[in-house]
Design a binder for this molecule. Structure first.
Ligand SMILES: [Zn+2]
Length: 169
């Protein structure tokens, strides 16, 4: 790259700069969105779903989308409850926003699709507890995901099985 400053390094730097300037995390659902545009996931008035799938990271959303097993909204936590890097985890994970979305969008099912790791499962319990006073069905991905397995690295078959076998909480 250093040897090809003009041909490779400059366009790459410009692209990264554009990403930095134009892409941000949606403050409502946590997915990535373009600045100055409504969010594709949570603010598109043409989409009307009754389910929200809660995942840890944007790459988990992409993995589930590409498996085509699920049609619905996503809520991207941006990590787990144990990431204590910057203080107010509840705020960073957009838990209050999740509660608002469930109420405002008439959601009838929340699918907790956090990883089958200790952190992922602790986070799922935490969200389940946060939603205990809300009248909504909560389910969790079940069979198929290996213990310690992460959503983003799971193949389509495993994800499809985990979705089909999700259990009510
Ligand atoms: Zn959004």
């Amino acid at each position: 790259m250093i040897n090809n400053r003009q041909e490779i390094l400059r366009p790459l730097a410009n692209n990264l700069s554009d990403v930095f300037k134009n892409i941000e995390r949606c403050k409502i659902c946590g997915t990535l969105k373009s600045n100055n545009h409504p969010c594709n996931n949570c603010e598109d008035k043409n989409k009307k779903f009754s389910k929200i799938c809660v995942v840890e990271n944007i790459s988990d959303q992409w993995a589930i989308e590409s498996s085509s097993i699920y049609q619905g909204y996503y809520h991207i936590l941006g990590g787990t409850i144990s990431d204590s890097t910057n203080g107010n985890n509840r705020e960073n994970l957009l838990i209050n926003s999740l509660i608002e979305r469930i109420k405002n969008d008439n959601i009838d099912e929340v699918i907790l699709a956090t990883s089958a790791t200790v952190e992922g499962q602790t986070t799922a319990f935490y969200i389940q507890d946060s939603l205990k006073n809300i009248n909504v069905k909560i389910s969790k991905l079940a069979q198929g995901l290996p213990v310690g397995g992460e959503i983003e690295t799971s193949d389509d078959g495993t994800l499809i099985s985990a979705f089909k076998n999700r259990k009510d909480l």
